[in-house]
Ligand binder design. Structure first.
Ligand code: TGC
Ligand code: FAD
Length: 389
């Protein structure tokens, strides 16, 4: 499909600045030239995209809202959202790489790190010269991170870290990991663990049917000596990792619109070209109903994100508002991926079309960063004041 067919049904572009549109266009062009030609091969072969992080660094997609003095671009939250949307039009794995690096690694170092930590890590992370991962989930504790078992002890001149994290994006590739662990008082704190520290290993998780162009693995800590200067000094408690999630979930709300757009545009074009019973399938009401509903849902999701971005720019977005957008938009995208696959009939299962890949990817996206059901319970708590976890 032509990039000019990407929908803006409610003229939302008129609410964006020229800078927003330029940023979106440059990421869109990069996705077209760098991601699209190789994404099917990477996903089919369950391999990462070579040089992805450096490329993302070069286009300014890593830590776009991190201050310029630390290597970021100092952009606003809507720019960040638009970048995520364009990346996920390519593939959720590409957006995941940028989400984790920006919101889950650079964000906590920028928010909770010491001046030395910011200077040591942020510029390299922004350039994609260093790859970060984020360890919160454990084999026995996913939706309920407060029960985590990973812990560290103060040994005088260093900390001793033990435990294991599971389902960690980019763990097999990472140079550093921001790891959330309990101190001796049982309070959660963040540590920057570096590859090469003795007792730290990152086994890969094989055979995924989802996010196949992204590496996932474990972070295993067996008496790892972590120097004291690697503790994030600025936060104690679960609000540390959860505030990183606010930023990443916000980015996902935008990102999945990109996946939905890719499926929608592909389906519109196919429905006009493919003929059955002597007419284009797009001339039948059942197919038009699908396309009309896709466009309606994409437009609603765009408006939700734009206003959430405005609230975020004013530091007014609540975690519950972010949960609502993440939950709504991921469900919107996975429904469009599945339904649009049907419009392509048998062709819809093939690698030269994006639907199966997006649908499979979105099975992870609807689970990570808080499951669909957990986000509903967060909204339920916000409405009633009653915790139903
Ligand atoms: P609760 O007692 O409610 O809160 C504990 C403390 O945290 C504060 N808090 C938040 N702070 C900032 N942002 C938020 N969203 C916050 N939610 C809560 C809260 O105020 C409290 O602070 P304080 O000072 O009183 O101690 O916590 P809970 O144990 O009842 O859990 C709440 C729940 C279930 C909502 C939370 O644990 C949760 O969100 N669970 C889902 C876990 C999750 O999302 N994991 C994601 C792992 S990372 C990932 O998936 C990366 S995928 C990356 C990719 O590839 O793109
Ligand atoms: P569980 O928590 O065991 O949930 C299982 C089911 O039970 C879900 O349907 C859930 O909604 C439901 N459930 C749980 N509690 C309740 C309740 N109280 N009421 C009703 N229903 C409930 N984590 C990281 O820390 N870093 C990463 O980089 C990262 N990357 C990931 C990449 C991929 C590809 C995937 C799949 C996951 C990743 N995760 C990462 C982990 C992800 O955040 C967790 O999978 C997610 O939080 C859910 O945890 P779980 O898988 O243990 O499921």
């Amino acid at each position: 499909y032509s990039l000019t067919s990407i929908p803006d049904y409610y003229g939302i572009d008129s609410l964006l600045t020229e800078e927003h549109k330029l940023i979106r266009q440059s990421v869109r062009d990069w996705v077209e030239s760098f991601v699209m030609p190789q994404i099917d091969h990477a996903a089919q072969n369950h391999t990462d995209i070579p040089n992805l992080m450096k490329e993302l660094g070069q286009i300014g997609a890593l830590g776009p809202y991190i201050p310029v003095e630390y290597g970021g671009s100092g952009l606003d939250q809507i720019s960040y959202g638009l970048i995520m949307q364009e990346l996920e039009r390519g593939d959720s794995a590409v957006r995941s790489a940028a989400s984790v690096q920006s919101s889950l690694v650079m964000f906590p170092i920028n928010e909770f790190g010491s001046e030395e930590q910011k200077r040591k890590y942020l510029p390299k992370l922004a350039a994609g010269e260093m790859i970060g991962s984020f360890g919160l989930t454990e084999p026995n504790h996913g939706s309920d991170p407060s029960s985590m078992e990973t812990n560290f002890k103060d040994m005088g001149d260093h900390y001793l870290l033990n435990g294991a994290k599971m389902w960690i994006t980019n763990s097999p590739l990472c140079d550093i990991a921001v790891v959330w662990a309990k101190n001796e008082e049982g309070k959660v704190q963040g540590l920057i663990v570096e590859r090469g520290m003795e007792g730290f290993t990152t086994p890969e998780t094989h055979n995924k049917w989802s996010l196949r162009a992204s590496k996932t693995g474990e972070l295993v800590f067996n008496n790892v000596k972590v120097s004291k200067e690697n503790l994030l000094p600025g936060v104690t408690g679960l609000k540390g990792p959860l505030s990183c999630l606010n930023s990443a979930r916000y980015g996902i709300s935008w990102g999945v619109i990109g996946a939905a757009i890719d499926c929608y545009c592909t389906a519109v074009q196919y429905s006009k070209e493919r003929k059955q019973f002597g007419k284009p399938i797009g001339s039948y009401q059942l197919q038009q109903k699908k396309l009309a509903e896709f466009l309606t849902e994409i437009t609603k999701a765009q408006l939700l994100c734009l206003q959430l971005g405005n609230l975020k720019n004013e530091h007014k977005a609540t975690p519950a508002q972010i949960s609502m957008a993440k939950r709504n938009n991921v469900k919107m995208a996975i429904d469009i991926a599945r339904e649009s696959r049907q419009i392509l009939g048998g062709m819809g299962i093939m690698g030269e079309f994006p639907m199966m890949r997006h649908a499979a990817n979105l099975e992870s996206v609807i689970t990570y960063e808080g499951t669909h059901d957990v986000h509903l319970l967060i909204t339920g708590l916000d409405i009633t004041g009653i915790n139903a976890f």
